[in-house]
Unconditional design. Structure first.
Length: 67
């Protein structure tokens, strides 16, 4: 092995009190592209009116789906 010039400067010490994460809402993010993307995806999902399964056909038309 090759010797290196790495040495310990300070030993690690445990914190004196518990560390709490900073609670930040996703809406308070600093990047406006993230907020715009989230709002756009929520709006697209809300405006989507396509039928996705047999339950949608039964609910909207009152018909039982076959197949």
């Amino acid at each position: 092995m090759k010797a290196s010039n790495i040495r310990i400067v300070d030993a690690a010490e445990p914190p004196t009190k518990p560390v709490k994460p900073k609670s930040r809402s996703i809406w308070s993010g600093r990047n406006p592209r993230i907020r715009t993307g989230l709002l756009r995806s929520l709006l697209q999902e809300r405006l989507d009116d396509t039928l996705k399964g047999t339950e949608d056909v039964e609910r909207l038309f009152g018909l039982s789906a076959v197949g």
